[in-house]
Design a binder for this molecule. Structure first.
Ligand code: AMP
Ligand code: MG
Length: 418
């Protein structure tokens, strides 16, 4: 791995890693957290299955009707002409008929009702003429039509959900449909984070000359919470070696993943780098991306570590591209393909070759119905409201040297609460 000082002044840099390469290296070095919890179904929403779910039953449990109509015996259906059958009873969902169907009979049946013994076919009510207790029907029906066979959806013992599957609303319903009330899930990933910087003040404190309020701990909180992490907010740590060392040691003891922001660019990174060199195994990378070039990743004790840049937009971009996939893996989940779509740029986009860029954009539709994307304006990495206004990243490839209005660009829509 590369261990070079990051810097921000040049766009072309042979020592830079591509974003893809950085992500691949990161994913090689993140383990799934150990520990499984058994939870009530609803409490498992958003969690990752630690064990596969197999079906304890046939779904559907009973062979049943897919239509409102009449359950009949296929042998009674006429090949040509018409036939008359006597209606001997009815079957409702949850209220079976109870009487077996003898030749020459039919049972009035509703969608979801169990098929009476002896019946194998359902004729839709629209295809039948009813006259008192007798129905008349034509030919042209097929044996077995409009019938859902027991176990046709899932047979007892079938794999329903594999481990690593995230439990969303569909999974809650699916698991409930099997009568299962508890599942085994991975424990949540514990993430400790702090901000570094002498200029940072917390809400409620007065700003002195050159001070700013710490916003990174809030964006990190939001992104981590949306990913279902267990959160340990360690506040602001001053740019002092002993303070940084104490905070990093404490964080590594508490958490599976430690995230810091700030202090990874040249000149300011000194304490963090010094301390990390002493107590961890951490690489400083220049990633050929904008924003977010300087990035530290490695191991601190038992924990994994991300040192994100300080600029608020850089924090969100690097989180989305590197921390989120790592966290998903640590949580036991499967990797998701980054969702990328194409949209037409409504304005020119400035870009110099050398780094992959994540500009902030707003998706819409043109008069012709095609997807369009408009940049949020000033793309400075400190301009957090560009993220707030955006609903996607416009991803421009390393070699790209600018976009004209009307050109197609690649867009990553924000999913969840980025
Ligand atoms: P650094 O990476 O420490 O050089 O910080 C880069 C820029 O991000 C500087 O302008 C910092 O003041 C700003 N910054 C660093 N940390 C934070 C934070 N937690 N909240 C808001 N801005 C920050
Ligand atoms: Mg700083």
């Amino acid at each position: 791995m590369l261990e070079r000082d990051p810097s921000c002044d040049d766009d072309f840099d042979s020592a830079s890693l591509s974003a893809d390469e950085a992500l691949a290296r990161i994913l090689e070095h993140v383990p799934v957290v150990r520990g499984v919890e058994r939870l009530h179904l609803r409490a498992a929403l958003g969690r990752v299955l630690a064990e596969a779910v197999d079906s304890p039953v046939d779904v559907p449990q009973h062979t049943n009707s897919a239509m409102d109509g009449y359950a009949v015996r296929a042998a009674d259906l006429p090949a040509t002409g018409t036939t008359r059958l006597e209606v001997i009873g009815s079957a409702f969902a949850g209220k079976p008929c109870g009487v077996p169907l003898a030749p020459g009979g039919a049972v009035r049946i509703m969608t979801g009702a169990a098929m009476p013994d002896g019946a194998d076919t359902v004729v839709m009510q629209e295809h039948v003429r009813r006259d008192g207790d007798v129905i008349e029907l034509d030919g042209g029906h097929k044996r077995g039509q409009n019938v859902r066979a027991a176990g046709e959806d899932l047979a007892r013992g079938d794999l329903v959900l594999d481990q690593g599957h995230v439990i969303g609303p569909a999974e809650l319903g699916l698991i409930a449909s099997l009568g299962i009330g508890e599942v085994s899930v991975h424990r949540r990933v514990r993430v400790a984070y702090f901000s570094t910087g002498d200029e940072l003040r917390s809400i409620g404190e007065t700003l002195g000359a050159g001070d700013i309020y710490d916003s990174n701990r809030y964006t990190l909180y939001g992104m981590l919470d949306a990913m279902g992490a267990e959160i340990i907010d360690m506040g602001v740590v001053r740019d002092r070696r002993d303070a940084v060392e104490a905070a990093l040691r404490e964080a590594a003891d508490l958490a599976d993943l430690v995230i810091t922001s700030g202090g990874v660019s040249v000149g300011e990174a000194d304490y963090i780098k010094e301390v990390l060199a002493a107590i961890g195994e951490v690489r400083f990378w220049k990633v050929a991306m904008k924003p977010g070039r300087p990035l530290a990743f490695g191991t601190l004790g038992q924990a994994r570590f991300f040192g994100l840049p300080g600029n608020p937009v850089s924090v969100m971009v690097t989180f989305s591209q590197f921390v989120a996939p790592a966290l998903r893996r640590m949580a036991g989940g499967r990797q998701q393909v980054a969702l990328e779509i194409r949209a037409r740029a409504t304005t020119p986009l400035k870009k110099r070759p050398g780094r992959m860029e994540f500009q902030r954009g707003i998706l819409g539709r043109g008069d012709d119905g095609q997807l369009e994307v408009t940049p949020t304006g000033d793309q400075g990495s400190g301009i957090l409201h560009s993220m707030s206004r955006a609903d996607c990243f416009i991803v421009l490839a390393v070699d790209n040297d600018g976009i004209s209005a009307g050109d197609e660009v690649v867009v990553q829509p924000f999913l969840g609460r980025l």
